[in-house]
Design a protein. Structure first.
Length: 82
């Protein structure tokens, strides 16, 4: 599975906030505070500031990454152990 981490800047610095990932040909944005993922009409490579949540905070996208574990929990991508 390919994905990109969305980071948010807050008083503590940059922190992981969400993850955009490909699922069945669609790109979805998962943010734990939301009830369900949001479908984005772009590829992972095309994500930019137009695809940030609409808030007063500063965001940035990480690079495209890949995991071979297709069954990985999205929380494991956001909050890796170790």
């Amino acid at each position: 599975m390919e994905y990109r981490i969305l980071e948010i800047h807050n008083p503590k610095g940059w922190e992981r906030w969400g993850v955009a990932y490909q699922n069945e040909g669609r790109v979805l944005l998962f943010i734990p505070a939301w009830r369900s993922p949001k479908v984005l009409d772009v590829s992972l490579e095309e994500l930019n500031e137009d695809h940030y949540p609409k808030t007063e905070f500063e965001y940035r996208w990480g690079e495209v990454e890949k995991t071979e574990n297709e069954d990985i929990n999205l929380f494991e991508l956001l909050y890796p152990l170790g």
